[in-house]
Design a binder for this molecule. Sequence first.
Ligand code: ZN
Length: 168
Amino acid sequence: MSYSLPEFLAHTIAMEKESAERYLELADMMETYNNQEVSALFREMNKYSNMHHSSVQERAGSIALPVIKSWQYRWTSPPEMTDEDAFDRSLDVYAALRYGHGNEIRAMHYYQSVAAESADPEVQHLATEFAAEEQEHAAALDRRLSRAPRPSISFADDPEPNVMDKHR
Ligand code: ZN
């Protein structure tokens, strides 16, 4: 996909807005679990997404942006979820962190591919910058994931027994 600048800005604005909303939900969820540390981490992620959202909106200024369909930027649902619009309220800390981590990695890959494929130097420049930011966010979640308690299911029942290895 070789995006024009308006296309790229529109995608980024939509993605970061979605991201900010999801992180806020996750932060609130962790608070109901009384997990202040993880809640604070998600609030920080929410703040980054909000900041990114408004700075890109500012960059767009008066440029007319195309309308983006929700399926073009939405978070992917965790495999255990069927309802796209709601989180599983029983998502544990580990799953929540993995969920956020997946989002950051996906955003990073998205920006990397835009940077590689766009013919517009301004798009290349911005996308490269954004990819690096997402990489930092993913790393922050990764560090927290490596310290998170595993979900309380036995290894025999664990559908993804090597998940910790993948995160290291
Ligand atoms: Zn991010």
